[in-house]
Write a protein that binds this ligand. Sequence first.
Ligand code: SAM
Length: 246
Amino acid sequence: MNDKNTTHFGFEKVAEAEKARRVADVFDSVAQRYDLMNDVMSGGMHRLWKAFTIAKSGVRQGSRVLDVAGGTGDLSLAFARRVGRSGEVWLTDINNAMLTNGRDRLCDKGFLIPVAQCDAEKLPFPDEYFDCVTVAFGLRNMTHKDAALAEMRRVLRPGGRLLVLEFSQVWKPLAPVYDFYSFKIIPRIGQIITQDEASYRYLAESIRVHPDQEGLKSLMEQAGLEKVEYFNLTLGVVALHRGFKF
Ligand code: SAM
């Protein structure tokens, strides 16, 4: 296997095409119980992390928002409530099972927003269209993070902002407890709730091979984003990165 064409799938090194297929398997498998699992494993904290993201988004009535890797639509729903009839929110994801759940959930709550199944690395939107692009817990799963970030920047209007919410590097003293929880407890909870321990082992591993706070800031800057800053949440378990296009 040519080293240039390999990437990480958790701790495994795999061919790039295999990563995309295996990530698809993970989300096909967990889609039905994804929301329940998020609440259980984060003790509901993912709601606070997402609320913080929305608070930092600058999204208001009339804004155009793109939710990349939006899955079951938590952020899209919050944005749809904010932008009103004059705004526009797109829920997008590469995975049909996640997207279908998200679309149905938003419909049930009375929001008929546009939905597109697409790869973040090739977004089917014109240049400079959106005021805000978000990606929550999605970038870690992408094969070419640099290409995905460049695409997200491309579709932002000048002055627009990109928000990346993602697991990050936890405060060092907390690391032993966090490691125990994520490698020993989360996969077991995953087994009980989704009958899929392996997918939740992948979650723990994929966090460890994802760039840390400074690493992701550099990646965003290399993609052309400016004034990049980050906010550590829950002692760095998660970080919100924000960058602008000028
Ligand atoms: N944003 C949602 C949230 O915060 O609850 C869902 C996050 S879920 C952990 C990650 C999502 O990333 C999955 O729905 C998966 O299908 C999607 N994804 C993975 N690779 C992708 C890609 N290349 N392009 C678009 N979406 C992708």
